[in-house]
Design a protein around this ligand. Structure first.
Ligand SMILES: Nc1nc2c(ncn2[C@@H]2O[C@H](COP(=O)(O)OP(=O)(O)O)[C@@H](O)[C@H]2O)c(=O)[nH]1
Ligand SMILES: [Mg+2]
Length: 470
C-alpha cells in the first residue's frame, strides 16, 4: 500500500465523518410511527400521505404546504439497512392505476424516508435560508404494540388474566376444552404444546376477526419467519399445584419468557424506542358495526397503547427504551368516507370521548394527543337519498364486484355516551340502533398535476403530526 492509498483512505474517513456530523447537526430527522391492527389502513394511509406530501394540491390544512414553505419533497434511501422498504410505488400504482384496487396486506415492519426542502416564508424566513428535514415513516403492526402489556407480566399472571376472558370470547370455549384435555403437570410433549398453541391461535384469529383489539401475543397472528418456532408455540395454562421439572406447564412458562426476551423486547428496543411521533389507526366504524363489546375492547386497547407511551411507564420498559419520549400521538378513525360529512362530527366526538377516557385510564400526561375521523383514500361521493319519504345523508361507492350502491351506515348518536355507556356496561348488542358497512373499492382517479389522491382530513392529520417541524 502506497502513501497515496493511505492518504486517500484517511481523506475518505474524514469525509465520512464529516457527512455524518453534518447530517446529525443540520438535517433533523423525524421518525413517524404508523400503527394499527391488521386491516386498520396503515398501508393506504402511508401511501396516500406520502403522495399528498409530494403533490400538495389537496393539503390546504397543512400550513407549510399552503403557505409554500415546503419547496420540495422527494423519496430517499432509508437509513435502516435491515428493515424492508415500504413499497410505496407498488401501493400507489394499485390505488391510483387504471384498474384501482386495494394493496395486498403486509404483515411486518417496513420503512420509507421522505425528505423535504423547507424555505420558511415571511420576513425572517428568507434570511434563514432553506433547510432539509427527513421524515422516516415506520409502518409496524399494532398487534406487536399490544404485546407491550406482556413485558410486565409473568406467565402465571398472564395466563390467569387471559383464561378469565376466554369463556365470552370467540373460539374461547374451544380453547378451554382443549386445555381441559391437557395435563399441565404431565411431562412436556411437543405435540401437546402444538395442539394448544393451534387452538389458542384459532381463538386469537376469531377474536380479531370479530373486531376485538385484544389479541396478544401479537406474533401468533403475524408470525412471519418465526412461524412454527418454539417461541410461538405456547398458550395460557393454569399453574398446577405441583409443577415437576420437565412438565408441560414449565416449558410453556419458559417459552413465554423467551417470547418476551427474544421477540417483544428487541422490537421495542430497535424500533419503538426511536419513534418521535405516532399515529394509531383505528377502524372505529368497524368496531361500532361489530357491537358494544368490540367498542369497549377498542377503548381498552387505546388505554393500553397510551400506557406504552406514558413517560412514567414501567421501570422495565424505561430501562429498555431509555428516556426518549414520543411527543405527539394521533388516534385516527380511518374510512370516514363511509359516512356523509354531516355525520363526521359524531364519529369525531366518539373518538375524542374514547381518547379522553383512555387518557384517564392510563393516567396519561405529557405527549399531546388528538383524535380525528379521516379517510386516507376517499372512495365515495356524497348523496342524499330518500328513505320512506324523508331525506337521508348517504354516500355512494363501488363494491368489489363493480356494483354502485348507496350506503347509510346508521345513526351515530350526537352524545358519544349513548354508545360508550352500554359498551362499558357489557351490553351484548346495541339496543335500538343498527349499523351497516360495505367494502368499497378505490374509485378511478383522474388526478390533476400537483394533486395527490383524494382524502378526508389527511391534511389535518399531517398538520398535527408534523406541522411544527416543517
Ligand atoms: N373506504 C376506505 N377503505 C379503506 C381506507 N383505508 C383502508 N381501507 C380498507 O381497509 C383495508 C386495509 O387497508 P390496509 O392499508 O391494507 O391495512 P393495513 O393492514 O393496516 O396495512 C383496505 O384493503 C381497504 O378495504 C380508506 O381510506 N377508505
Ligand atoms: Mg399494511
Amino acid at each position: 500500500m502506497g502513501i497515496g492509498d493511505l492518504a486517500d483512505g484517511v481523506a475518505r474517513g474524514v469525509e465520512r465523518l464529516g457527512a455524518s456530523v453534518s447530517a446529525a447537526l443540520f438535517e433533523p430527522v423525524v421518525r413517524l410511527g404508523v400503527t394499527g391492527l391488521s386491516r386498520a389502513g396503515k398501508t393506504v394511509f402511508i401511501t396516500s400521505l406520502v403522495a399528498n406530501l409530494m403533490d400538495r394540491g389537496r393539503m390546504p390544512g397543512l400550513v407549510a404546504a399552503s403557505n409554500g414553505s415546503i419547496r420540495a419533497a422527494w423519496l430517499q434511501p432509508q437509513p435502516d439497512d435491515t428493515v424492508p422498504r415500504f413499497d410505496y410505488e407498488q401501493h400507489l400504482a394499485a390505488l391510483t392505476g387504471p384498474a384501482p384496487h386495494w394493496p395486498l396486506g403486509t404483515k411486518a415492519i417496513s420503512e420509507l424516508r421522505l425528505s423535504f426542502l423547507i424555505q420558511p416564508t415571511g420576513m425572517f424566513g428568507a434570511l434563514r435560508g432553506a433547510r432539509k428535514l427527513h421524515l422516516d415513516i415506520v409502518d409496524y403492526p399494532g398487534e406487536w404494540l399490544l404485546d407491550i402489556a406482556l413485558l410486565d407480566q409473568s406467565f402465571d399472571h398472564w395466563s390467569q388474566a387471559t383464561l378469565a376472558r376466554l369463556p365470552d370470547r370467540p373460539a374461547g370455549p374451544e380453547y378451554l376444552a382443549a386445555l381441559a384435555a391437557a395435563d399441565p403437570a404431565a411431562p412436556f410433549t411437543e405435540a401437546a404444546a402444538q395442539a394448544l398453541a393451534a387452538a389458542y391461535t384459532a381463538h386469537l384469529v376469531a377474536t380479531r376477526d370479530a373486531g376485538y383489539s385484544d389479541c396478544a401475543p401479537g406474533r401468533f397472528l403475524l408470525p412471519g419467519e418465526l412461524a412454527g418456532s418454539p417461541v410461538l408455540t405456547f398458550a395460557p395454562m393454569p399453574r398446577p399445584a405441583d409443577a415437576p421439572r420437565g412438565c408441560l406447564w414449565r416449558e410453556m412458562a419458559r417459552r413465554f419468557a423467551a417470547y418476551k426476551a427474544r421477540v417483544v423486547r428487541p422490537f421495542f428496543r430497535d424500533h419503538f424506542a426511536r419513534i418521535d411521533r405516532q399515529v394509531v389507526l383505528l377502524d372505529a366504524l368497524g368496531a361500532i358495526h361489530a357491537g358494544p363489546q368490540a367498542v369497549e375492547d377498542m377503548r381498552r386497547a387505546m388505554a393500553e397503547i397510551l400506557a406504552a407511551f406514558r413517560p412514567g411507564r414501567s421501570r422495565r420498559l424505561a430501562r429498555l427504551i431509555g428516556f426518549r419520549r414520543i411527543d405527539r400521538i394521533l388516534f385516527a378513525a380511518t374510512k370516514a368516507d363511509h359516512l356523509h360529512h354531516s355525520q363526521h362530527p359524531q364519529l369525531t366526538a366518539i373518538m375524542q370521548a374514547m381518547l379522553r377516557e383512555a387518557r384517564d385510564r392510563a393516567d396519561f400526561a405529557g405527549a399531546r394527543t388528538e383524535a380525528l375521523a379521516i379517510a386516507a383514500l376517499r372512495t365515495t361521493t356524497e348523496e342524499t337519498i330518500s328513505h320512506h319519504g324523508s331525506p337521508l345523508d348517504a354516500v355512494r361507492g363501488t363494491l368489489q364486484d363493480g356494483r354502485q350502491v348507496a350506503l347509510y351506515a346508521g345513526d351515530l348518536p350526537d352524545d358519544p355516551a349513548q354508545l360508550l355507556n352500554p359498551a362499558r356496561q357489557g351490553a351484548a348488542k346495541w339496543l335500538d340502533a343498527a349499523f351497516s358497512l360495505m367494502q368499497f373499492r378505490p374509485a378511478t382517479q383522474r388526478l390533476k398535476p400537483g394533486d395527490g389522491p383524494p382524502h378526508i382530513r389527511l391534511d389535518r392529520a399531517a398538520e398535527f403530526l408534523l406541522g411544527d417541524k416543517l
